[in-house]
Design a protein around this ligand. Structure first.
Ligand SMILES: NC(=O)c1ccc[n+]([C@@H]2O[C@H](COP(=O)([O-])OP(=O)(O)OC[C@H]3O[C@@H](n4cnc5c(N)ncnc54)[C@H](OP(=O)(O)O)[C@@H]3O)[C@@H](O)[C@H]2O)c1
Length: 291
């Protein structure tokens, strides 16, 4: 049986650590404050925003949710971000993705003040990250690395295969893991839909990180027996047995992969819970940067 990498346990530890740090910051007279802008009524986004709000409150971080209607114009969205940029009581700003069609998410992300960019999506912060001088760490990639570190899974010198090259997961994670740093120093291959023979790469990997958004893409026969598998995938599939009508599954076929891998993270209960915990850490960092 592989070791199951328990995101629930590790994220709870991190949230407790953040809570302690927030108390210390408050004792110095500051109150960390995250403002989240949500435009429109995408049900998935509303759940994410509610979860972030709840997690902030539990950690002692003030959280303000600004709901804007589906009909919001780009100018109105940018004006709202600017208002928060100018607000000295706000330390972190998020624009919940996706924004409704017709609005530019990129322009919204780029309008956030870099010191308040707790998602680490601003080009200045992405640039600093790639240069090995991070201001913030993007939450999901940081959550993946935190799981590896807290489970004492060696990263340095290991061969890591990342499946997926998105701007929010695959690309920053590749940059972070390849960095000459304590939590990096790995040899990294990034696979995508242009990769010929995905299994050729995954079979050689010490660590496979799946972030493709394709249920069951990685199966046990694509892995070697000493590997670690981190499943970032969060896919909703119809499930009539569930009250919600769907189940959450990853990109890894857990049943076959868990017969081969040495360590594996489940979905749910793996990376997903880490993302919010790492966001809370960024809120604390943003508060310190602005004090
Ligand atoms: N746990 C969390 O907190 C969290 C956070 C973010 C995302 N996610 C989940 O992670 C998954 C990926 O999200 P994302 O936003 O990074 O995805 P994305 O923007 O849709 O990108 C998917 C990437 O996977 C690659 N890909 C798709 N199918 C593939 C295949 N059959 N073989 C090889 N590569 C393939 C794509 O290649 P091309 O570039 O060639 O198209 C693309 O680079 C989703 O399930 C998402 O819900 C979870």
């Amino acid at each position: 049986m592989p070791t199951i990498i328990d995101g629930k346990k590790i994220s709870a530890e991190i949230r407790q650590e953040v809570k302690t740090e927030v108390s210390e910051i408050k004792a110095r007279g500051m109150e960390p404050h995250l403002a989240v802008i949500i435009v429109g009524s995408d049900p998935g986004s509303q759940v994410y925003v509610r979860n972030k709000h709840k997690a902030c409150e539990e950690a002692g971080i003030r959280s303000t949710v600004i709901e804007m209607p589906e009909t919001t114009t780009q100018e109105q969205l940018l004006a709202q971000v600017e208002k928060l940029n100018q607000d000295k009581t706000v330390h972190g700003i998020l624009v919940q993705s996706p924004v409704p069609k017709g609005l530019s998410e990129e322009k919204a992300f780029e309008s956030i003040h870099p010191l308040k960019d707790v998602d680490c999506f601003h080009p200045q912060n992405v640039g600093l990250l790639m240069l090995g001088r991070p201001r913030f760490l993007p939450a999901t990639p940081a959550g993946v690395i935190e799981l590896l570190v807290r489970y004492n899974i060696k990263i340095s010198g290991q061969y890591v295969v990342i499946v997926g090259r998105s701007n929010i997961v695959g690309k920053p994670l590749a940059g972070m893991l390849a960095q000459k740093s304590e939590r990096g120093n790995a040899t990294v291959t990034v696979c995508h839909t242009g990769t010929k023979g995905l299994a050729y790469y995954t079979k050689q990997a010490d660590i496979v990180i799946a972030a493709a958004g394709r249920p069951g893409l990685i199966t046990g026969d694509m892995l070697n027996s000493n590997c670690t598998v981190i499943d970032v995938g969060t896919n909703r599939i119809p499930d009539a047995t569930k009250k919600s009508g769907y189940s959450l599954v990853g990109d890894v076929d857990f049943e076959s992969a868990s017969k081969v891998a040495a360590n594996i993270s489940p979905v749910p209960g793996g990376v997903g819970l880490m993302t919010i915990a790492m966001l809370l850490k960024n809120c604390v960092m943003a508060t310190k940067l602005q004090s």
